[in-house]
Design a protein around this ligand. Structure first.
Ligand code: TXA
Ligand code: MG
Length: 342
């Protein structure tokens, strides 16, 4: 299959690209498109056959459910039921936006493979002009996980999608670099107290201001794991092993020296205050204390390591405040919890 990258930059391209994307989705094909978080790989959420193409293209485990994307709130009633009022408040405040709500599903409404057989469904309205235009033209809910090869960092540019899925999908809508750069916050409304299953751009602090108490699922707690099936898989991992390290230019300097003494090459992914380090490769996460920039740059930095011959990737940790919680969540997965030990 030939994979086309379609521009939506000028009026002429725009019409042609959206029409092509709507046709493909209507025919049961997959299409990759930008959202404000990361690029998604979409298929019509009511078609089992179309949705199975997503799993196939990504090499995604079948028991990991997909997020359903909608362009208007009216679509919600067709596949959810008993939506709690706090969830409705969240939609009013945060949609369109980087917040996925897990809600009770209506029987026989969506293809079974969207939810991996769960009686709940994750849904969000993305805040990106291209995603919204596509969804509003199609007028159907679209199941879309991140458009990466399973296990790799999520794509924040059309070229990342092309790199991972070239030959496996017919079309990528190119909307430039995504804004937030990390996936949406997943908030479960089927628990007594709403529970964050995956931290993201909409932080616990932001949610609690609007709906009061919110819990966080502990990633290390096995008992919690089945609630967000995606949490148990390796994620966001470059080819070389990623090690976390204390945020200290001194500690990082010593680590690099030690790695060099072992005749190994090191890539450093860190904020600008580490730029002068002696790492063989350096990928910037922007200015210190600008957590939004670090979130925006992280996945491309992880991907860039695969273009180097570094044997080890070092990442100084962030404090788990605000978006720092989401950044650390992804880094803990990318590193599989490994810390550099001198
Ligand atoms: O920002 C995003 O959320 C992106 C863009 C494309 O919208 N999508 C995304 O999808 O990150 P994906 O499939 O890579 O991640 C979906 C996450 C997984 O961790 C999955 O386990 C969880 O959401 N999830 C989906 N439906 C669920 C459900 N019914 N109950 C619990 N967790 C669910
Ligand atoms: Mg993903």
């Amino acid at each position: 299959m030939k994979t086309e990258i379609a521009s939506v930059d000028n009026l002429l391209d725009k019409e042609k690209s959206y029409a092509q994307a709507v046709d493909l989705l209507s025919e049961g094909e997959t299409v990759a498109f930008p959202t404000e978080t990361v690029y998604g790989l979409g298929a019509v959420a009511t078609s089992e056959a179309a949705v199975s193409k997503i799993f196939e293209a990504k090499g995604r485990p079948q028991d990991n459910p997909l997020i359903v994307h909608i362009g208007s709130k009216e679509e919600l009633d067709t596949f959810t039921q008993n939506v709690p009022s706090l969830a409705k408040t969240c939609m009013d405040v945060f949609w369109p936006g980087a917040l996925t709500l897990v809600l009770p599903i209506k029987n026989n409404s969506l293809a079974e493979n969207v939810t991996a057989g769960l009686n709940t469904v994750g849904v969000r309205m993305p805040d990106h002009p291209v995603a919204l235009e596509l969804l509003r033209r199609l007028k159907q809910p679209v199941a879309a996980p991140s458009a990466n090869k399973s296990g790799k960092p999520s794509p924040t540019k059309a070229l990342h999608v092309y790199h991972d899925l070239n030959g496996k999908i017919p079309l990528i809508l190119d909307g430039g670099a995504t804004g937030i750069g990390l996936e949406s916050t997943v908030l479960d409304f089927t628990t007594e107290v709403p529970t964050i299953l995956r931290p993201g751009g909409v932080t616990k602090e932001m949610l609690e201001k609007v709906i009061g108490q919110v819990n966080e699922a502990k990633l290390t707690d096995e008992a919690e794991a089945p609630r967000a099936p995606g949490m148990k898989y390796a994620h966001y991992a470059p080819d070389a092993p990623v090690y976390l390290i204390e945020a200290s230019t001194g500690k990082v300097g010593q680590a690099i020296e030690q790695i060099h003494n072992d005749q190994q090459k090191v890539a450093l992914i860190a904020t600008e205050n580490y730029r002068q380090s002696k790492a063989d490769y350096y990928f910037s996460l922007g200015h210190e204390h600008q957590l939004e920039d670090a979130a925006h740059l992280l996945y491309e930095a992880l991907r860039s390591c695969d273009e180097t011959d570094a044997n080890i990737i070092l990442v100084p940790v962030f404090s788990k405040k605000g978006v720092g919680t989401a950044i650390m969540n992804r880094l803990e997965k990318a590193s599989n919890g490994k810390w550099f030990e001198s």
